[in-house]
Structure formats: C-alpha cells, structure tokens
Design a binder for this molecule. Structure first.
Ligand SMILES: Nc1nc2c(c(=O)[nH]1)N[C@H]1C(S)=C(S)[C@@H](COP(=O)(O)O)O[C@H]1N2
Ligand SMILES: [Mo]
Length: 312
C-alpha cells in the first residue's frame, strides 16, 4: 500500500505557519530555561511532516494541555495538568514481550533518538462527545512491533500504563475511578495499521505529563480512551485482552470502540461532537461526528464483514 501526503490546502497555511513560529519561540524559551511543562522540562523534537494531515484548525496548545482525561491524576478535566508535577517520565523503559521472537526493553531516550519521528496531525474524538485536532510527534507502532518480530500465534496487542500511587494522586485513597493499571488493547492488524502511532510529543516538543508522558498510544479512528498513556509494557497475545473502560462498564464501552455516529452511548448521542477551543454561543463549536472519525477510507476495510453495531 502506498500512502501519500495529502496536498496542504490553503486554509491550513496560516494556522500552521503561526504554529511553527510559536514552536520556534517555545523551543527557544525552553532552551533558555524559561518555561517548563508539568515539572519535567519540555524538549524540542525533530520530526518530518507525516501523512494524513487535516486542514482543520489545530486545537490551541493551552486546551490540549489543560482539558485532559488521565484518571491516574484525578477524574476532573483540570486534574491531570494540576496534579502531575511530581510525575517522573524520565528515566523510562518500555517492555515489549509475549508472543514475539525477540522480546526487548526499550529506553525512551533511545526510541526518541532512533525511531523515524513524524508529525501526525490527527482529530481526536473522546467517547464523551468532544474532540480536538492535535499535532502529535511519534512513530508508527508497527515500526516497534517489527523490531521484536511477532510470532504467527500473536493476534492482539495488550498495553499497560505505569502504576505509581506515590506520583499519581488518582491512584491514592479509598475511591479509585478505575482498576490499575489502566490497560488497553488492539487487534494485531489495527496495531500494525500505518495510522496507529506511539506519540512521544505534541506541538513539536516532548509530551507533557498530563498527555501521557513519555509515550502514549494514538489510534485516531477510535474513541480517545483507546489512546493509553504513560505506557510501560506492550505484550503480544493470542486472545482479546481486557481493557479498562470495558472492565469498568461493559454495557457502555466496547473493545473496538471505533468512532461511530450511528451507535449512541447508552446515556448520550454520538451523532455530533463539541470541538474544544471553538465553543461559542449557541453551540457553534458543534459538528457532525464522522464514521471512523473521518478515517474510514483508510480503515473501514479492517472491519469488512463485521457488524459494527454489535462490535461497538
Ligand atoms: N492511562 C490512561 N490513559 C488514558 C486515560 C486515562 O485515564 N488513563 N484516558 C483516556 C481518555 S478517556 C482520553 S479521551 C484520552 C485523552 O488524551 P488527552 O488528555 O491527551 O487529550 O486519553 C486516554 N488515555
Ligand atoms: Mo475519552
């Protein structure tokens, strides 16, 4: 399959150049030690532009880094930014094991230095019916999986987030919103799809803690909860692995979780979404939700013959 970069529509040129200038400014400020993002200092990342860019307006960095779901730091949207200063994304290792010929542990610094980093501008659609457009920096998950050589018996990929109650206040106390570790999974063909990336940065710099530092999954045609953050382990397995939100409420959250405007959440419609940062009077930031979050041309064939209403 050949994947080409779509031409850059003129509507994208202005916001993107502003973003690039801002990025230079930010990189300079970071180098000068003027700003830090959530404790760990952000570092500039070198990445080439990747395919699948969209001409939609980028969600402002401020919204991307202050309106978050990361229940390890609390259930309020403001908690991850406010309560992740003590989280230490460095040093960090990711173990890749299970049904592979060459299990390995990767150091995040080595991954950032050696993997082919690209900028991927993706829509992100949360199951709660809000969305953003985020410029990620990362690499295809397939590139990492190929290094460990999955065996033919491997059918799924299981992911696990770090457990560190001493650094993650949402993992402390009597009330815990989810079972820890947060776990997620993909079918192997979904994991190998070129749209599926491991992100190590956004807006041209290393990931802020609240967005899943130092490494998180991004699967843009699925609801946001599939994008597991702060990953420490990736395992190739032969059976569909358990996933956090499905464990929490199987009636409301499935394994596939492909964005689908025709299958409503039991408690709200999935037909439309609120674009964060564009909220105005009378719901002007609302737009229609697209099947597979607008990536159907790339991924619909993965589900040929599957009843998407049953396999939500
Ligand atoms: N470990 C972990 N990963 C997680 C979550 C979480 O609570 N814990 N929340 C998910 C949900 S519901 C969404 S919408 C996205 C939000 O990513 P963002 O905060 O970077 O926008 O992260 C996902 N990954
Ligand atoms: Mo979400």
């Amino acid at each position: 399959m050949a994947y080409r970069s779509p031409p850059v529509p003129s509507s994208q040129i202005t916001p993107r150049s502003i973003y690039l200038r801002r990025r230079e400014f930010l990189a300079g400020a970071v180098a000068a030690g003027l700003i830090s993002v959530s404790g760990a200092r952000a570092e500039a990342l070198k990445a080439k532009p990747g395919p699948y860019a969209t001409d939609e307006k980028l969600t402002p960095l401020k919204d991307v880094t202050t309106y978050n779901n990361f229940y390890e730091f609390g259930t309020d949207k403001a908690d991850p930014a406010a309560k992740s200063d003590n989280f230490k994304p460095k040093p960090w290792r990711v173990k890749v094991d299970g049904l592979v010929a060459k299990p390995a542990e990767f150091d995040i610094e080595d991954l950032i230095a050696t993997m082919p980093l690209e900028e991927r501008i993706y829509r992100m659609r949360c199951v709660e019916a809000w969305s953003m457009v985020i410029p990620w920096t990362g690499f295809q998950l397939s590139a990492l999986l190929n290094k460990v050589e999955p065996l033919s018996s491997a059918k799924y990929v299981a992911f696990e987030t770090v457990v560190r109650p001493e650094e993650m206040p949402g993992q402390q106390g009597l009330f815990q919103a989810l079972e820890w570790p947060y776990v997620e999974g993909l079918r192997l063909d979904e994991a190998m799809h070129p749209l599926t990336i491991l992100a190590v940065g956004l807006y041209g710099e290393t990931l802020p803690n609240q967005n899943g530092a130092p490494i998180r999954l991004v699967v843009p045609w699925k609801y946001g909860f599939k994008g597991i953050k702060s990953i420490v382990r990736i395992s190739l397995v032969d059976k569909q692995p358990p996933t956090s939100w499905n464990l929490q409420n199987a009636q409301e959250y499935g394994f596939y979780a492909n964005v689908n405007p025709q299958v409503d959440h039991p408690r709200w419609s999935q037909a439309t979404e609120r674009r964060i940062g564009e909220d105005g009077f009378f719901g002007s930031g609302r737009r229609e939700t697209l099947p597979f979050n607008g990536y159907g041309e790339e991924v619909a064939s993965l589900y040929a013959g599957m009843d998407l209403k049953a396999n939500y």
